[in-house]
Design a protein around this ligand. Sequence first.
Ligand code: NAD
Length: 438
Amino acid sequence: MKKILITGGAGFIGAHVVKHFVKEYSEHQIINLDCLTYAAEPKNLSDIESLENYKFLELNINNAKDVDDVFKKYEISHVIHLAAESHVDRSIDNSIDFALTNVIGTVNLLNAAKNNWIGKRDHLFYHISTDEVYGSLGLNGSFKETTKYDPKSPYSASKASSDHFVRSYFNTHNLPVVISNCSNNYGPYQNEEKFIPTVIKSLIDRRPIPIYGKGKNIRDWLYVHDHVLAIEKIFNNGSIGETYNVGGGYEISNLDLVYKIIEMYVDLYPNKFNYNDLISFVDDRKGHDFRYSIDSSKIQSELDWSPKMKFEEGIKNILGALGESEEVYEEEIIDKATAISGSGPGYIFYFMESMLKSCKEIGIDENLSKKLIIKTFLGSAELAKFSEKNFEELKKEVTSPNGTTEAGLKTMADNNLGNAIILGIKSAYKRARELNND
Ligand SMILES: NC(=O)c1ccc[n+]([C@@H]2O[C@H](COP(=O)([O-])OP(=O)(O)OC[C@H]3O[C@@H](n4cnc5c(N)ncnc54)[C@H](O)[C@@H]3O)[C@@H](O)[C@H]2O)c1
């Protein structure tokens, strides 16, 4: 049995890696070590937390003794090291945490492996890194594994340093290591401070979409699950001491990316609002790398990996999931907030419940009717056009014995009430939480 320590498993990529390994390798023990910074979201792991081959440890890799104790207590045989401070903008404001976690934390793990793995050649220290260590490209060319390191931001400098330490432990101590350098990931669970979640959140809230400079910087994007599959291939079959570049093969400028997401968002949640007006150019990031491009031919030919998810499909998955999460949101609201029905936002619960009831009466499946309602909430327009009066009329129509749900939905769309309703729901939800001291 392998005892696999995954660091940073409550973060964006880490959570996907942990879940995949726990589910696919029930014969191995998976130990997730994470100190739960702002970037962690433990609830993303709730579906595996009771599984026998999974254990979570809330610990900081900056503490050498704690790390060494974990290696001893759990007889760690393999490491997949993802824990890091990962946001470039934060590294510009405060580099210390990046030096501590990304460099010192990595060295602590390397030392624990070195000291506890004497004579073990079947063990593995797998270090996950970024393509940003290679610096910035012009319009042509791609990063190869042999490209000279030229990090430009404190984040990439700290990751480059950690890569060098990992290689040095291979050369000096014969530690069995492997490294991969990956391009920008996107997908479910990503923290809102990162670019694609920021764009999507801005569309939902209809607030400015901040774009650095003129939006001409080019990034290569990889769907997170394809990264997980690359990690699995490297973990199982990568050659010791080697580096593998992993990229999505999908390059796009930041501005074109925003246009694309807007187009897809409106396709999914049709409405008349002009989202392009939200685009807002802000001062360029200091030391902003112009272009990243990854040559993944080594992992493709040696380990038979290639990215499977088409960019449009990946984005569609994230946008489609918005409807789902609003559905959960709504259920929580109805459960917790009936206490305040009768007051302003209380109409909304009455309204929503009536809508659901009407749907049921005319035989529409509950899940589908919820999705329809949510989609309408997200897809309608202006709060300014909302008035108590037409809301009352609408409620009457929807809940009257002769009213049909479809007519109700149409009236709601025609009267541009969706935004008002979703805002009402949000404020009512807040009030309900306050009432419940929750
Ligand atoms: N996100 C990307 O696009 C991308 C691309 C290439 C490489 N990477 C690398 O992949 C790894 C994971 O990236 P991510 O985007 O999932 O990061 P993330 O910021 O979402 O998650 C990092 C996780 O590490 C944990 N952590 C931070 N400091 C810690 C410490 N001192 N001790 C223990 N846990 C700590 C955090 O709590 C969090 O759960 C990082 O090493 C990053 O450099 C990320």
